[in-house]
Design a protein around this ligand. Structure first.
Ligand SMILES: [Zn+2]
Length: 248
């Protein structure tokens, strides 16, 4: 847990510096209060999800039998690779469901209201979305008996990649091309945060970029710099209390 916290803080710190030195969009200077609000929400969410994980892991819910697929795999590298794919596919399906199930979109929509997308946007999620995404994920981990080391590795990579692809960093085109053959880059995810609904409802992947192509939800955009971020009919600058009550 402490190690993960160090990775989170280091990732945020590095990306905040990089996106301020090499910004993609030129946002107004009033960005600081919005960033603070997003990080405050992130701190609340991380506390809630930690308490939830502790409560579930210490309960009797996990003491009964399970399918235990991963206990049948003796090679750690194969188990780790397979676990990574399973967890990332889960995140793809979860994110897609946030856009296609109307009541889920009411909460996920908060994440999309940020018109100045930056590294802090990676933490702008409604607590109900964070907790409800943990329930099937923990059940999946338990049901397949995915090793905790594999879960930790995925969580660390997820943390870094999600912070990166929400950042306002202007990656050099050559680096973007290389990275985006495997993982999400900021340019790829900016399309998902476009105000154009058909673009919002595309590019759902979290870490590995392949899921959208595999399931037909990939969209490209010739002029990323022309994208208007956010949700067209939500122009308010929300504070932390409005975040928590957000379910329009
Ligand atoms: Zn989304």
């Amino acid at each position: 847990m402490t190690f993960k916290l160090v990775i989170v803080i280091a990732t945020i710190g590095i990306l905040l510096i990089l996106e301020s030195k090499f910004p993609f969009f030129k946002f107004p200077n009033s960005l600081r209060s919005r960033i603070t609000n997003n990080f405050e929400l992130g701190a609340i969410n991380s506390l809630l999800s930690s308490l939830f994980a502790v409560a579930v892991s210490s309960s009797k819910l996990l003491s009964s039998g399970h399918l235990g697929l991963f206990t049948q795999i003796s090679e750690p590298a194969i188990a780790g690779g397979l676990a990574f794919l399973v967890l990332d596919l889960y995140m793809y399906l979860w994110h897609r469901s946030m856009h296609t199930i109307p009541i889920a979109w009411r909460f996920h929509r908060l994440h999309h209201t940020d018109r100045t997308m930056n590294v802090s946007t990676a933490y702008r999620f409604h607590p109900i979305e964070i907790i409800s995404s943990s329930i099937p994920k923990l059940a999946l981990i338990w049901w397949l008996a995915i090793p905790s080391s594999s879960v930790l590795i995925y969580e660390l990579v997820f943390t870094v990649v999600v912070a990166l692809h929400h950042s306002n960093l202007n990656l050099p085109a050559s680096l973007d091309r290389i990275l985006s053959s495997v993982i999400l880059t900021p340019n790829y995810h900016r399309i998902h945060h476009s105000q154009i609904v058909s673009e919002t409802n595309s590019n759902y992947a979290s870490v590995l970029i392949w899921w959208d192509r595999l399931f037909g939800t990939h969209k490209s955009c010739p002029n990323i710099s022309d994208i208007q971020l956010g949700i067209a009919d939500e122009t308010r600058e929300l504070n932390i209390w409005q975040f928590l009550g957000f379910r329009l």
